[in-house]
Design a protein. Sequence first.
Length: 169
Amino acid sequence: MAQHLQFDPDDATGLARGMAALGMGSALIVAGFRYWDSRRRGRSFPDRGDLDPIIDIPNLVPHVILFDVRRDSLDFRFRLVGGMVRQNLSRDYAGHWFSEFANYDSSGNIWPRHKLVDETGKPMLQRPTYVGPHKDFTFVENILLPLGTARPGWGMQLMFIDFIRKKTP
């Protein structure tokens, strides 16, 4: 089974079909996409300034990562990492660039996905196997969403993440 899939946000069934294809069922991912989609207002994607997650969706903020995208000498920086995400990763990545870590560099599979979202301006659903300190998680379900900025040569991306626990018998 594939671990990631891009979809057209203008396709009314694109999110649901993509989630079904990846075996995803997180209501958090749906809520995150709907928030982002509501801020597009007919555009391909919203600008960062169109979002105020602390006010608009405070219950989702712990499940968010906000990334800076530097296009000249392409790299991605963890700008903000929500509390739930921080506690479920092996370290706090806030303020760090992908290029600082071997598992995030351009030869891995994380970097190319972020690059593709930046190039296409289309959301990406992902359902990789969980790798981290907690043994009761099996998968991570997330959606990576493009954002615009007024700063030339830069972009941003927003991710909503849900950690999926092992099913108990």
